[in-house]
Design a protein around this ligand. Structure first.
Ligand code: SAH
Length: 250
C-alpha cells in the first residue's frame, strides 16, 4: 500500500500524541483502582471481625476518605507496589505504617466532625494524619524519630495538606500548646494511658489508644462533661511501643 509521506507523518504524530495522553493518564486511574480494591478489603475485614469490635460496618465518609488518600505517597519507594494491600508496611527506623483496616477503624472510633481539631501521637509515615486531614479542621501530629517526622512533613508539603501541623517530640506529654483537642489518636502503644492526653481532651472528646505490651487492647476513652472518663476495649491489636525520651520517669 502506498502512503503519501506527509499523511504518514500526520498519522504518526497523531498516534504519538495518543500514546502520550494514555501514559500520562495511566498512573492515577491505576492507583485509584487499587485504592477501591483496598476499600473492598477493608469492608471484608470489618465484617470478619465485627464479632470482636462490635462495629458491623464503617461509615461512608471514612471509607470514601480511604479511597481518596494516596497511600503510595507515604510508603518508602521499595514498598510502593504493596501500598494498597491491606497490611502494615515497614517504614524504616524499626517503625511501621499501620494496616489500612486499622487506620480506618481508628478513624471511625474517633468519631470526627468537620470542625474538630485532633491530635495524633506517632506521625510515622504521615498516612493516618493525611486520612484525618480530609475529615477535620486541623490535625496536630507529633513524632519522636526526627528523620520520620521530616519525611512526613515533606509529603504533607508536596501533597498540599495545609491543615496538618507536625512537630518532633515525645507525644507521651501530648502537645499542650494547641490543646484541648476534640479527639486524640495514639498510633504507638504505651503500657498505660498517658495522663497528659486525658488532660488535653475536651469534655466530650475521645482518645483512641492501644494499651499494653506485645499485644495491646485498642481502647476508646471518652471524657465526660464532669471530667470523669468512660473506657471501652475494642479489639486486640499490635503496635510498635510508645518510646520515651531518657530521664523521663512518669
Ligand atoms: N500513624 C503512623 C503509624 C506510625 S507507627 C502512620 O500512619 O504511618 C508509630 C510511630 O510512633 C512511629 O513512627 C514511632 O517512631 C512513633 N513514636 C513512638 N513513640 C513515640 C512518642 N513517645 N512520641 C511520638 N511518637 C512516637
Amino acid at each position: 500500500m502506498d502512503v503519501e509521506p506527509e499523511r504518514l507523518t500526520r498519522t504518526l504524530l497523531a498516534a504519538m500524541a495518543l500514546v502520550a495522553v494514555a501514559s500520562s493518564a495511566w498512573a492515577e486511574p491505576a492507583t485509584l483502582t487499587d485504592r477501591r480494591r483496598m476499600v473492598e478489603d477493608i469492608k471484608t475485614m470489618t465484617s470478619e471481625v465485627a464479632g470482636e469490635t462490635g462495629i458491623a460496618s464503617l461509615s461512608a465518609r471514612v471509607l470514601d476518605r480511604m479511597a481518596e488518600v494516596p497511600r503510595h505517597e507515604f510508603v518508602p519507594s521499595e514498598q510502593k507496589a504493596a501500598a494498597y494491600r491491606n497490611r502494615p508496611l515497614a517504614l524504616g527506623h524499626g517503625q511501621t505504617i499501620s494496616q489500612p483496616f486499622v487506620v480506618a477503624l481508628m478513624t471511625e472510633l474517633l468519631d470526627v466532625k468537620k470542625e474538630h481539631r485532633v491530635l495524633e501521637i506517632g506521625t510515622g509515615s504521615g498516612y493516618q494524619a493525611a486520612v484525618l486531614a480530609g475529615l477535620v479542621r486541623d490535625v496536630y501530629t507529633i513524632e519522636i524519630v526526627g528523620p520520620l517526622a521530616e519525611t512526613a512533613a515533606a509529603a504533607f508539603e508536596r501533597l498540599g495538606y495545609t491543615n496538618i501541623h507536625a512537630t518532633v517530640g515525645d507525644g507521651y506529654r501530648g502537645w499542650p500548646e494547641h490543646g484541648p483537642y476534640d479527639g486524640i489518636v495514639v498510633t504507638a502503644a504505651p503500657d498505660h494511658i498517658p495522663p497528659a492526653l486525658i488532660e488535653q481532651l475536651k469534655p466530650g472528646g475521645r482518645l483512641v489508644i492501644p494499651v499494653g505490651e506485645i499485644w495491646q487492647d485498642l481502647m476508646v476513652l471518652t471524657k465526660n462533661a464532669d471530667g470523669t472518663t468512660t473506657r471501652t476495649t475494642v479489639v486486640p491489636v499490635r503496635f510498635v511501643p510508645l518510646t520515651r525520651k531518657k530521664n523521663e520517669d512518669d
